[in-house]
Write a protein that binds this ligand. Structure first.
Ligand code: FES
Length: 126
């Protein structure tokens, strides 16, 4: 399987990897087929316009190369965005930002999108 340079870069040096102490929202998702697990943690704060913005974001992923690369990429894409903007990030946006993803790895990027969504929903429930 051939990964793009960007995928390899994010796999070898992932951004925002690690646990976040007392996050405002946590999203945990798993893939029952491959058994991979992903957690995304967010800190939310209001900006000058009173909009809720993702101030900090981290991830922990037990998974394949593509799962780690997409976790890393989605945290970079979501950081600094409003919750509404972050909810609009789709699988295709993450795949495009990574150059490309092999078709069999579609579900890995989808996992990252679902984890981010779950973290925002968790924050909104609190
Ligand atoms: Fe399971 Fe990639 S193979 S997330």
């Amino acid at each position: 399987m051939l990964y793009s340079k960007e995928v390899i870069k994010h796999f070898q040096k992932p951004a925002n990897m690690g646990k976040m102490p007392s996050p405002d929202g946590t999203g945990e998702v798993g893939n029952p087929v491959c058994g991979d697990l992903m957690n995304i943690y967010i800190k939310v704060a209001k900006d000058k316009k009173g909009q809720e913005v993702i101030k900090d974001i981290k991830f922990e992923t037990l998974g394949c190369v593509a799962a780690i690369a997409t976790s890393s990429m989605i945290t970079e894409m979501a950081k600094g965005k409003t919750l509404e903007e972050a909810l609009k990030i789709k699988y295709a946006d993450v795949a495009e930002a990574l150059g490309s993803l092999p078709p069999v790895k579609t579900h890995c990027a989808d996992l990252a999108v679902r984890a981010l969504k779950a973290a925002i929903e968790d924050y909104r429930k609190k």
